[in-house]
Write a protein that binds this ligand. Structure first.
Ligand SMILES: *[C@@H]1O[C@H](CO)[C@@H](O)[C@H](O)[C@H]1NC(C)=O
Ligand SMILES: *[C@@H]1O[C@H](CO)[C@@H](O)[C@H](O)[C@H]1NC(C)=O
Ligand SMILES: *[C@@H]1O[C@H](CO)[C@@H](O)[C@H](O)[C@H]1NC(C)=O
Ligand SMILES: *[C@@H]1O[C@H](CO)[C@@H](O)[C@H](O)[C@H]1NC(C)=O
Ligand SMILES: [Zn+2]
Length: 963
């Protein structure tokens, strides 16, 4: 799956979907689908479900009484969160009948199970479903066997179980068939089997139904043993209204009429897989197709007008080529005859890797060649490669339990770069990795509130909370580091063995480490213990900073490691058995040998400090470490080496340091300075060379690294003016060179131009601002914005509104009211760029009115105003005064409350800010899902106050000296 967290930089702009505003819940008693308000809290759900259970019948009440009386100290098997291992599912025969008129989903499932341990209970998952009382669940033995009868059955909503109680024990080794008839909703919430809709070219609303199960929602569509290790084969039949087409994991086997305009599509038998990868859908979408060189049929499905407009063509080409590439890379053929990729108007995450039927949000799969954009092309190819990588990592071999999710997601997030690089070789995407994946997660992972990639999972909430940037981006980063130290061929060889050995089964990370160790030993790395190394990276949070202190006369360097914490005043409360020390594969090159293969040396956790001899570095030449940022750690140097590096960057040959390393130098320096481990002026001196930099990777990394300064002193007028002036000076030469005429060429050229223009305008380059303003005025005068290139729209809008007055803002507002979804998002962000406080207040007020700003977009308004240095206190006052409104309308619906609180308090850096926060918290003891965001806000504000106390004067003096 690709979540929002997977692409943090894009999550604010991509809100074309509708989040689950209304929960549809199936009433057990009336058999009707009821709308419930979105504010249903968990307790309420449980209460009502419990009520439903009690209404199921007198037999059930008797059971409860009986069970209560009998209740001894041992908990009942259904009181455990995990399924018992008494029964092993072998095969599911699922028939579902989704009605897209009444939004009812009925169905039947026959599950063959083998009894592993005698038991008189059958326990499986079922949630938000009614079990038909007239055709109660049955258990049937194989031919001729006497079968125990189902004496009673009940739902246990707390663990989302359906429990059947039997007259006697099932016998060990025997196979039984469990049959359950069920009835539920074609849900409005975007999980289980849910509905989505779009308006077609004839102006009609068309519905479709689709599944989204990972991690715990298969049970909302069909009763099943919904844990990843219970793999089974599946026969799926979808009975649907004739006007729609049905899809599932496998190709269609046969179709028969069921009368009354209904048909039954039966799909071929699906290979062994976990329940969460099952998929089926009904829609009136159309497709385009192609076939891989290895004979796998690839199709892209979308609304007819999108397919007709060619918006699936790019994805089809990428999907078709990348699957064949992965078959070759993994050395394991793709086992299914086809893969469908479907673009959905409503989808909860970015995409989901259902085996053979991959689901996507429309904006992620489709690519409009009429508004070409290299970044969108990259995002499309990347997500397709991510989901295709899961076909092996996750689908063929699945984690034993959700605690191992990091391995699936980390792998897909790393291996996707290989697929992407194959599909778009000229993008040079491996060079983007540090910026895309490591840089931002390293900030999260330097807080004491971070988590290890491997985390025990013991509750349903644990399962949902595991899908975050740590498992995706840190997971990917440490696997890249692993490939780097073990070698590409050895890595590939071990993957092939791991995938072949565990095909159609489950595995834990230690099994992969064992294959890698074996392969490494075969290939000559005789003393490498991959598990020992990787445990230090997976079982504890955080990462080290390596400090390298050179001895310039001896030609040696002393290296030490310590846990890097961005706020040096914070204390780690969670202890680690590994003591927050790591096996660090330290790589380095010397100035004279930059073109060589990096030298690698290991730092072991138990080595206090280590002296290495640096070959070929004279005293006036620098040493560069962590080549290509392939290692997940930071590096600090002695002041002389920092100076040598800065001098080289300022010289003519700066480009012989790789682009990703140029970005890392700035990033490490600023984070070290923030942690008090490096003088701020040293960090600042690493940015002077940017005036010559023309590559978007170091620029983007530097801008992200220095954004901290802007947040903390953004509202201190004299410093923020000095800073703006300095950054303007740095970016302007790049801007003057690229201009506004769209440059064609490679990815670097195209994205570089956008970075140059948006920052030149952002830092107030007069010519840039004029040009943007004129473009915007032309839009006002002609009521036509086709002269503004798609990829520059955000910059043009924000710049014109920031430097314009009320007329520009009012025009943007009018446009917003009738714009398409993606244009609306652009305008919503841009309108927050104004520096007029009255306008900002008007804007905040309007965002409360959901006839003007859709509810799902209101947080974007508050967040954007909060990020504007002029809007900082306005957004806070607004949030404070409207807390109840937001709490009632947003809390618990998704993570929007967290986002609002983070963005609104991000710039807090004074004692007055801290007092505001503390007063608020004292008067609002319940902060719901924003609890952690608030405690982080307090911590951050304190850190920011300290930072200003220690650094503000230094920063001012340094900036003044640059003028
Ligand atoms: C599943 O479908 C296959 C055909 O695709 C059929 O041969 C098999 O008998 C079915 N299995 C069950 C248990 O229905
Ligand atoms: C593939 O697309 C072509 C049109 O380009 C169509 O004629 C053909 O029927 C399609 N094949 C399948 C298997 O859908
Ligand atoms: C913006 O600048 C480009 C040159 O870089 C120029 O061709 C274009 O006409 C300018 N646009 C406007 C509206 O001034
Ligand atoms: C906008 O202008 C372009 C040419 O500059 C033209 O092709 C297009 O039809 C215009 N759109 C509208 C809605 O007038
Ligand atoms: Zn994924």
């Amino acid at each position: 799956m690709v979540t929002f967290g997977c692409f943090p930089s894009e999550s604010h702009t991509d809100t074309q979907f509708k989040p689950a505003g209304v929960l549809k819940r199936f009433s057990m008693t009336s058999g009707k689908v009821d709308d419930e308000p979105s504010t249903w809290d968990k307790y309420g759900v449980k209460l009502v479900s419990a009520l439903c259970v009690t209404l199921l019948g007198i037999g059930l009440i008797l059971i409860i009484v009986f069970e209560t009386q009998r209740a001894g100290p041992a908990p009942k098997p259904w009181q455990q969160f995990r399924l018992p291992d008494t029964l092993t599912p072998i095969h599911y025969d699922v028939e579902v009948r989704p009605d897209l008129t009444t939004f009812v989903l009925t169905g039947r499932v026959d599950i063959s199970v083998r009894c592993a341990t005698p038991t008189s209970y059958v326990i499986l998952h079922s949630s938000d479903q009614e079990i038909d009382r007239n055709s109660a669940p049955t258990v049937q033995g194989s031919d001729g066997q006497k079968t125990p009868s189902v004496t009673s059955w009940f739902l246990f909503p707390e663990n989302e179980f359906l429990v059947l109680e039997l007259s006697e024990d099932l016998r060990e080794g025997e196979v039984y068939t469990i049959t359950v008839y069920f009835r539920g909703a074609v849900r409005a919430a975007l999980n289980g089997f849910y509905r989505s809709s779009y308006v077609n070219e004839q102006g009609q609303t068309r519905y479709l139904g689709i599944t989204d199960f990972q991690p715990q929602d298969a049970r909302k569509a069909y009763p099943c043993f919904d844990e990843p290790a219970f793999k089974a084969t599946f026969n799926v039949t979808v009975v649907h209204q004739q006007e729609y087409t049905a899809l599932s994991n496998m190709p269609l086997e046969s179709t028969e009429s069921r009368g009354g305009g209904w048909v039954a599509d039966r799909f071929q038998k699906m290979v062994r897989m976990p329940t969460y990868l099952l998929a089926f859908g009904v829609s009136d979408f159309v497709s385009i197709n192609s076939t891989t060189s290895t004979g796998i049929a690839t199709k892209i499905w979308a609304r007819p007008e999108y397919i007709a407009a060619g918006m699936g063509d790019y994805g089809l080409d990428v999907a078709n080529r990348v699957v064949a590439y992965f078959e070759d890379y993994f050395g394991v053929p793709f086992p299914l005859p086809k893969i469908d990729h479907i673009a959905l108007p409503d989808f909860n995450s970015g995409a989901m890797e259902n085996w053979g039927l991959i689901t996507y949000r429309e904006t992620r799969l489709l690519y409009d060649t009429n508004s070409p954009s290299a970044t969108v092309r990259k995002a499309t190819a990347r997500i397709i490669a991510h989901e295709l990588a899961h076909m092996w990592f996750g689908n063929l071999v699945t984690m034993e339990w959700w605690d191992g999710t990091w391995l699936n997601e980390g792998f897909a997030s790393y291996i996707q770069y290989k697929g992407l690089d194959f599909a778009e070789p000229q993008m040079n995407v491996m060079e983007h990795f540090a910026y895309d994946r490591s840089q931002s997660v390293m900030v999260d992972d330097s807080l004491t509130s971070s988590n290890p990639v491997y985390r025990p999972v013991t509750t349903a909430d644990d399962v949902t909370q595991i899908f975050g940037s740590i498992i995706y981006s840190k997971g990917a980063s440490i696997l890249r580091m692993l490939e780097n130290f073990i070698g590409e061929e050895t890595f590939k060889k071990a993957l092939k063995t791991y995938l072949s050995k565990n095909a159609y089964g489950n595995a834990v990370q230690d099994q992969l480490w064992a294959e890698l160790t074996t392969a490494a030993r075969e290939d000559g790395q005789t003393d490498l213990d991959v598990k020992a190394v990787m445990d230090t990276w997976t079982l504890q949070m955080g990462y080290p900073v390596v400090t390298m202190t050179r001895d310039y006369t001896r030609g040696t360097a002393e290296v030490t490691q310590q846990h890097f914490l961005v706020d040096s005043a914070s204390t780690v409360v969670v202890t680690s058995e590994l003591g927050y020390r790591w096996y660090v594969p330290l790589t380095y090159l010397t100035q004279a040998n930059l073109a060589n293969t990096p030298v690698q040396t290991w730092m072991a956790p138990n080595e206090g400090s280590k002296v290495i001899t640096i070959q070929g570095a004279s005293a006036n030449e620098f040493v560069l470490t962590n080549i290509n940022h392939a290692g997940y750690y930071r590096v600090n140097y002695d002041p002389t080496n920092w100076q040598l590096l800065a001098d080289h960057l300022n010289g003519d040959n700066f480009e012989d340091i790789p682009a990703d390393n140029r970005g890392t130098l700035v990033d490490d320096a600023f984070n070290l300075a923030r942690a008090g481990m490096l003088d701020l002026t040293t960090a600042l001196s690493m940015t002077q060379y940017l005036v010559k930099e023309r590559h978007f990777i170091p620029w983007s990394m530097a801008l992200r690294a220095t954004s901290y300064i802007e947040r903390v002193v953004g509202s201190v007028p004299d410093i923020s003016d000095l800073w703006e002036q300095y950054m303007r000076q740095q970016i302007s030469p790049f801007y003057e060179e690229v201009g506004w005429t769209l440059l064609q060429g490679d990815y670097n050229t195209e994205v570089g131009q956008v970075v140059a223009i948006s920052n030149a305008c952002g830092y107030g380059n007069g010519r840039c601002v004029n040009n943007a303003t004129m473009m915007f005025d032309l839009w006002i005068n002609t009521n036509n914005n086709s002269h503004i290139p798609e990829r520059l729209k955000s910059t043009v809008y924000c710049t014109a509104i920031k430097h314009g007055g009320r007329p520009e803002w009012d025009f943007a507002w009018q446009q917003y009211l009738t714009a398409s979804a993606s244009e609306q998002n652009r305008l919503l962000s841009a309108m927050a760029c104004t520096r007029d406080t009255d306008t900002l207040n008007t804007y905040l007020e309007r965002s409360r009115d959901d006839s003007l700003v859709r509810r799902q977009s209101a947080p974007l308004v508050v967040e954007s105003v909060g990020r504007n240095s002029v809007g900082k206190s306005l957004a806070w006052s607004f949030l404070r005064d409207n807390w109840d409104f937001y709490f009632d309308n947003y809390d618990g619906t998704s993570f929007t409350m967290t986002g609002i609180v983070e963005d609104v308090t991000r710039q807090f850096s004074t004692q007055a800010d801290l007092d505001e926060l503390e007063t608020f918290l004292a008067t609002h003891p319940n902060q719901g899902t924003a609890t952690q965001a608030f405690s982080q806000a307090v911590e951050n504000t304190q850190a920011n106050i300290r930072w200003r106390r220690d650094n503000e004067d230094k920063l001012r003096a340094w900036l003044q000296a640059q003028r």
